[in-house]
Ligand binder design. Structure first.
Ligand code: CMC
Length: 381
C-alpha cells in the first residue's frame, strides 16, 4: 500500500483487497491450499471428473449418479456450434486461438435462446452451453487453419476425450483422456483471479453472460495469467537440453527477468495444482520417448530453489505446457485449454455477482495537471 501526495491510500493491483464474499473457492496461499465449494483440490483431482466438478461448482453439491448422468447427457448434446460460427472462425482463422475463441464466443450470443435472460437458471444454462461448445470452437479452428475439415463432436466420449478427438481426428488413449480431464479440473475455478474479476466487473454492469465470458477470455490471454504455459514450453525448447537450463535461467534472473511458470499473486507456497501435473509430465515424457523436457523443468526448479524464501514457487502453468506439448497440441492453443477449463469458474463468478450485485467501480487518484486552459488548434505550436 502507498499513500499518495493527496493523502489517499492506494493499493496498486488491488493487492490484498477483499471486494466481496464467495462460496465458490477457498485459497490459503501461505500453505498452498485450494478448495472448490469446500472440497480439497487434491481429492477432486484424484477421484473426480471434470463433468462432476462443473456440477459441483455450478450447483454447489456433488451430484448423485442419476443427476450426473443427466447432466453429462445434456453437456454432450450441447457441443455442436452453428455453421455460421464455423464460417466466422474460417474468416478469422489466422488470428491467435484465444482471439478466435473470444470472437466465436461473442458470436454465439446471437444464437443463444437465453441471451437476454439473466436469471440464475439461465446464466447456468448459458454457462454450460459455452462449456460444452468451447472445445468444438478451439478444435475446429485448429483444423480449419491447417486446411482440414473440422471433426464433429463425438457423444460417446467424455468432455476431455471429445476435445482431443476433435483436435486430432484420432481416438485418444485412456491415459491422455485422463490427463486432460485432470487438467480441466485443475483449471476450473480459482477465486478472484484477474479473468474472473474481469468477468465480475462486466456482470456488475448487468450485462449478459457471453459478454462477461468474453471479458474473461480477453483477460486470461496475457502472459502474467494464462499465457505462462506457452512461455514455459518456449523456454524449454530454447534451452534444448537439461545441462543448458541453469545458465539459461541465471541469465534471465541476472538481467532482472522472470522465469515463466514461477510465482503467483496469491500462493507464497507451491501452487497445489502443480503437484498433479508434475508426475504426469514425467511419466508422459518417458512414455513418449522425450524425457528431456521434464529434465529441463527439474533443473529450472533447482535454480529457482533460493527464490522459495521469497515465496516464489512453481505455479500450475509450469508443468502444463510440457504435457500439452507431449500430447502434440500446438503451443498457441495452451492458453485456450486453460480457458476451456475455466468457463465454469467464470460462470460461477457471474452467478455470484448477480446474486448480490453492486456496480464495481473503484477510484484512481488523479495526479495530472489541473484546469489547463484550452488552446485552439490554430494557436498551437
Ligand atoms: N521469476 C523471477 N522472479 C519473480 C518471478 C518469476 N517468475 N515472479 C515474481 N518474481 C519476483 C519479482 O521480480 C518481484 O521481485 P522484486 O520484489 O525484487 O521486484 C517479486 O518477485 C514480486 O513480483 P510481483 O510481480 O510484484 O508479484 P505479483 O504477485 O504481482 O506477480 C506473477 C505474480 C504471476 C505475475 C509473477 O510471479 C510472474 O510474472 N510470474 C511469471 C508468469 C507466470 O508464471 N504466470 C502464471 C501465473 S499462474 C496461472 C494463473 O493462475 O493465472
Amino acid at each position: 500500500m502507498t499513500t499518495s501526495s493527496s493523502g489517499v491510500e492506494i493499493r496498486r493491483g488491488l493487492m490484498g483487497v477483499y471486494f466481496d464474499r464467495t462460496e465458490s473457492c477457498f485459497i490459503d496461499g501461505t500453505i498452498g491450499k485450494l478448495l472448490y465449494r469446500g472440497y480439497d483440490i487434491h481429492e477432486l483431482a484424484e477421484n473426480s471428473t471434470f463433468e462432476e466438478v462443473v456440477y459441483l461448482l455450478l450447483y454447489g453439491k456433488l451430484p448423485t449418479r442419476r443427476e450426473l448422468d443427466a447432466f453429462d447427457r445434456q453437456l454432450r448434446s450441447d457441443r455442436d456450434i452453428p455453421d455460421d460460427v464455423l464460417d466466422i472462425i474460417n474468416k478469422v482463422k489466422n488470428g491467435h486461438p484465444m482471439d478466435v475463441l473470444r470472437t466465436a464466443v461473442s458470436a454465439l450470443s446471437a444464437y443463444d435462446p437465453d441471451v437476454r435472460d439473466n436469471s440464475e437458471a439461465a446464466l447456468i444454462r448459458k454457462g454450460l452451453r459455452l462449456t460444452a461448445m468451447a472445445p468444438t470452437i478451439v478444435a475446429a479452428h485448429d483444423r480449419i487453419r491447417k486446411g482440414l475439415k473440422p471433426v464433429k463432436p463425438n457423444p460417446d466420449l467424455n468432455h476431455a476425450g471429445n476435445f482431443l478427438h476433435m483436435l486430432f481426428d484420432k481416438m485418444p488413449s485412456e491415459e491422455e483422456m485422463h490427463i486432460m480431464d485432470v487438467d480441466f479440473i485443475l483449471h476450473a475455478e480459482h477465486g478472484s483471479n484477474a479473468s474472473a474479476f474481469a468477468a465480475r466487473v462486466a456482470a456488475s454492469t448487468q450485462t449478459d453472460l457471453h459478454s462477461a465470458v468474453v471479458a474473461g477470455i480477453a483477460t486470461l490471454k496475457g502472459p502474467a495469467h494464462g499465457g505462462a504455459a506457452e512461455e514455459v514450453m518456449k523456454m524449454a525448447e530454447e534451452i534444448g537440453r537439461p545441462e543448458n537450463a541453469e545458465p539459461y535461467a541465471r541469465n534471465i534472473l541476472d538481467n532482472g527477468g522472470r522465469v515463466m511458470g514461477f510465482g503467483h499473486r496469491v500462493y507464497k507456497a507451491e501452487d497445489p495444482r502443480a503437484r498433479h501435473l508434475r508426475e504426469r509430465s514425467r511419466t508422459l515424457g518417458i512414455a513418449k520417448g522425450q524425457p528431456q523436457w521434464f529434465g529441463i523443468l527439474t533443473k529450472l526448479q533447482d535454480v529457482m530453489k533460493p527464490y522459495q524464501a521469497r515465496g516464489i514457487f512453481v505455479n500450475v502453468d509450469f508443468f502444463a505446457g510440457s504435457i500439452y506439448y507431449l500430447m502434440g497440441i500446438p503451443d498457441d492453443i495452451f492458453i485456450s485449454i486453460f480457458a476451456l477449463g475455466r468457463i465454469p469458474g467464470w460462470t460461477l463468478n457471474v452467478v455470484e455477482q448477480y446474486r448480490n450485485n453492486i456496480l464495481i467501480r473503484p477510484l484512481t487518484d488523479y495526479n495530472g495537471p489541473m484546469d489547463v486552459p484550452y488552446v485552439p488548434i490554430s494557436q498551437r505550436n
